[in-house]
Design a protein around this ligand. Structure first.
Ligand code: ZN
Length: 186
């Protein structure tokens, strides 16, 4: 019995030491002034649309979005952050566009936009989209953080809330959810 107690106290000491190391490495990552996140987009049921996209927040709070998505015919397709990171029902169970300010759907450069409105991505004739743009609304921490939320690639182009279609002001009438993934820290 005495021996068991000794082992237990050694385990506690190791755990406490591990926790200390963790906070040390967290301080180091803060010094770099960059938060980083990543998402793997996949089409449910083994479809061919897939990609990886990274998000890097600079010291001024702007986020650089970069990556490659493949598998869609040449054209433009809506690309949006959804409120919830729920992909248990495929790509369709993520709530609405991430919208912490209760605004209407819009173009990424509009004042009136959902935080999650990242506009369209463009696929070339080889069915490749090279994603490379910046956004000043989404963040990787705080109330506008996209981490833990889903990103969705749609079946149609986002109309930026500019048409008379009844869905224009809520979703940009961008059609079905083709591929998606949950954004995590990188
Ligand atoms: Zn929207």
């Amino acid at each position: 019995m005495k021996c068991l107690l000794l082992i237990a106290s050694v385990v506690v000491a190791v755990a406490a030491h591990g926790g200390h190391d963790h906070s040390h490495s967290h301080n180091q990552s803060e010094k770099s002034d960059q938060l980083r996140a990543i998402v793997k987009l996949e089409e449910p049921n083994g479809g061919k649309v897939r990609g990886n996209v990274t998000f890097v927040q600079d010291a001024n709070g702007k986020v650089h979005i970069q990556g490659v998505i493949v598998g869609m015919p040449e054209g433009e397709y809506g690309f949006h952050i959804y409120e919830k990171g729920d992909v248990t029902g495929g790509c369709g169970s993520n709530g609405g566009h991430f919208n912490p300010d209760n605004k209407e759907h819009g173009h990424p450069h509009d004042e009136e936009r959902h935080a999650g409105d990242l506009g369209n991505v463009v696929f070339n004739k080889d069915q490749v989209a090279n994603v490379d743009f910046w956004d000043h609304v989404i963040k990787l921490s705080g109330p506008y953080s996209i981490v833990g939320r889903a990103i969705v690639l749609h079946s149609m182009a986002d109309d930026y809330g500019k048409t008379e279609h009844p869905d224009s002001k809520t979703t940009g009438n961008a059609g079905d959810h083709v591929a998606c993934g949950v954004i995590g820290y990188w």
